[in-house]
Design a protein around this ligand. Structure first.
Ligand code: NAD
Ligand code: IPM
Ligand code: MN
Length: 355
């Protein structure tokens, strides 16, 4: 039997089709023992044959692959966004990938729009609940198109869902160090329990209960609006943040800004013990797609995160070091102050990794 890790690669739409091939090239240059299978799920396929996810698609992913590397989903030719919903949210929900882990790391002070902020000041992780909240899209409209129209969008929070993601955050805190090797020590739960009292109340109660099981970890709480200002004033104060699906989505775009923009941010959609899915935080960026200008580093760092998750930590570290070196030597795309194209930047990292 092959010892290689079986990776399903789904580049998807727009710049996903440009950055993911670079991530794959870099992964192969790292010497990681992986076997790649490309899947054509995305807008092109949907517009051709109407298929978003082929029959048994998620079961096959779960059974036949060790991990999934995905690009982005969203295409102006599909205004309903139905394919993105079925593919991306489908993987998250139907494969029950309940923890969306989004590390926030500044590689170089030059990438941060804030004054005087150094890499040591920005090294935290957002753990975003990934299977419920408003993303379940429960609700409906009534009297549509009339002055009396009503739109209801429910926020679903289950005891099980809240508890498992909070516990995941504490476990993550316990098992992961910061980039400088120092231990992680604090988990902060962020919500809007002063206004959304029902859901917030559940999150607060569960957070307190779970925190008791981890007396060595400091448990903290912050309202999500206050967290936004703190993130740009004093990002050094954050360690592990756990929050719901919607707040997690929003604050990780804000946090991407600290790292140099969406082109730099990586993420993993994880259910411990199950086939998990890794994707850059950014979307398909239709306006810059097909121009060879998208930043491939978020996708490349995502591939490194996936390898580390699969136990290929040496290869993952090699890739991270090479990206850091690219940043130091200004081998960058223009969104972060360089002049290289997507391919040139990816190939530079691949070469460096292969040395
Ligand atoms: P986006 O992330 O695609 O782009 C936001 C901005 O960031 C744009 O100005 C874009 O040019 C820039 N940007 C993003 N990634 C970049 C990169 N790698 N290099 C350089 N610049 C980059 O978000 P959006 O514009 O809100 O959404 C576009 C489409 O993507 C929509 O259909 C949306 O639903 C979808 N989307 C998908 C995902 C996903 O699949 N995970 C995530 C976010 C958005
Ligand atoms: C993300 C994206 C998705 C989300 C969209 C495309 C549904 O913004 O992965 O951050 O909101 O989760
Ligand atoms: Mn988002």
């Amino acid at each position: 039997m092959s010892q290689k890790k079986r990776i399903a690669v789904i580049p998807g739409d727009g710049i996903g089709q440009e950055v993911i091939p670079q991530a794959v090239t870099v992964m192969q240059a790292s010497g990681a023992a992986v076997e790649i299978t490309n899947l054509d799920w995305g807008a092109d396929r949907y517009l051709t044959d109407g298929v978003t996810v082929p029959p048994e698609g998620f079961a096959v992913l779960g059974r036949e692959f060790d991990a999934i590397l995905a690009g982005a989903f969203g295409d102006p030719r599909v205004p309903s966004n139905v394919h993105a919903k079925e593919i991306l949210l489908g993987m998250r929900f139907k494969m029950d990938l309940y923890a969306n882990v989004r590390p926030v790391r500044l590689l170089d002070a030059a990438l941060c729009p804030l004054k005087g902020v150094e890499p040591k000041d920005v090294d935290f992780v957002v753990v975003r609940e990934n299977t419920e909240g408003v993303y379940t899209d429960a609700g409906g409209v009534f009297k549509q198109g009339t002055p009396d129209e009503i739109a209801v969008q429910e926020d679903i929070n289950t005891r099980k869902g809240v508890e498992r993601v909070i516990r995941f955050a504490f476990e993550y805190c316990e098992r992961h160090t910061k980039v400088d090797g120092s231990p992680r020590k604090r988990v902060l739960m962020s919500d809007k329990s002063n206004a959304m009292t029902h859901a917030g109340g559940l999150w607060l109660r569960v957070f307190k209960e779970v925190a008791r099981e981890y007396p060595q970890i400091k448990a903290e709480h912050m309202f999500v609006d206050a967290l936004c200002v703190q993130m740009v004033r004093d990002p050094w104060q954050f360690d592990v943040i756990v929050t719901n699906n919607l707040f997690g989505d929003i604050i990780t775009d804000l946090a991407a800004g600290l790292q140099g923009g969406l082109g730099m941010a990586a993420s993993g959609n994880i259910h411990p013990g199950k086939t998990s899915m890794f994707e850059p935080v950014h979307g398909s960026a239709p306006a810059i797609a097909g121009k060879d200008i998208a930043n491939p580093f978020g996708a490349i760092l995502t591939a490194a995160m996936m390898l580390a998750h699969l136990g290929l930590t040496v290869e993952a570290a090699k890739i991270e070091v090479a990206v850091l070196e690219a940043v130091r030597q200004k081998k960058l795309t223009k969104d972060i102050g360089g002049s290289l194209g997507t391919k040139e930047a990816g190939e530079w990292v691949a070469k460096r990794v292969g040395r």
